[in-house]
Ligand binder design. Structure first.
Ligand SMILES: [Zn+2]
Length: 166
């Protein structure tokens, strides 16, 4: 979903609300259906996007390699700036080691559009750990079972047993 900024600015209301569902492709192991509530507020040349997203993300456990789902329910706040303002903001941040104390994420408006899919994707990625685990107790069980079975039938022991029988 993309929002046209010029159209948004033409709206008479301060805040424009969007809600519904959208499908994000290629999110880890599968696509994900995202329920969203999105408010876009125009403040001068700036557009502030706030809201909430709820989804389930299909992941692969790094220990047992099985797929599992993780619930994601997160809020977001991102400020979109016109290219000129954005560059100005970057300069300020660089030159004065300006501390962004409000912790609002700032993005550039590109091609007069706000890319909502990209916004949601980025906030979902923040919720997923680098090494997802299906369960805190997951030991990657199959490998351990295989190892212990091999020990039971260690061929060296069989050979020894055969020798003593003779
Ligand atoms: Zn696992």
């Amino acid at each position: 979903m993309k929002i046209n900024v010029a159209e948004l600015k033409r709206q008479k209301t301060d805040i424009t609300n969007f809600s519904g569902e959208l499908l994000l492709d290629n999110l880890y192991e599968d696509s994900a259906l995202v329920k969203y509530n999105l408010n876009l507020k125009v403040v001068g040349n700036e557009v502030i996007a706030t809201g909430r997203i709820i989804t389930k993300v299909k992941l692969k456990c790094v220990r047992c390699l099985k797929n599992f789902y993780q619930d994601v329910d997160t809020e977001f706040e991102t400020s979109y700036l016109e290219e000129e303002d954005y560059n100005e903001y970057l300069k300020l941040e660089e030159a004065e080691h300006f501390f962004n104390s409000d912790e609002i994420v700032r993005e550039k408006i590109s091609g007069n559009e706000i890319d909502i899919d990209k916004l949601f994707r980025e906030y979902i990625l923040l919720e997923i750990t680098e090494y997802p685990i299906c369960d805190v107790n997951c030991n990657g069980i199959e490998e351990i079972e295989l190892y212990s079975k091999n020990e039971e039938i260690d061929p060296r022991w069989n050979q020894l047993l055969n020798i003593t029988k003779k």
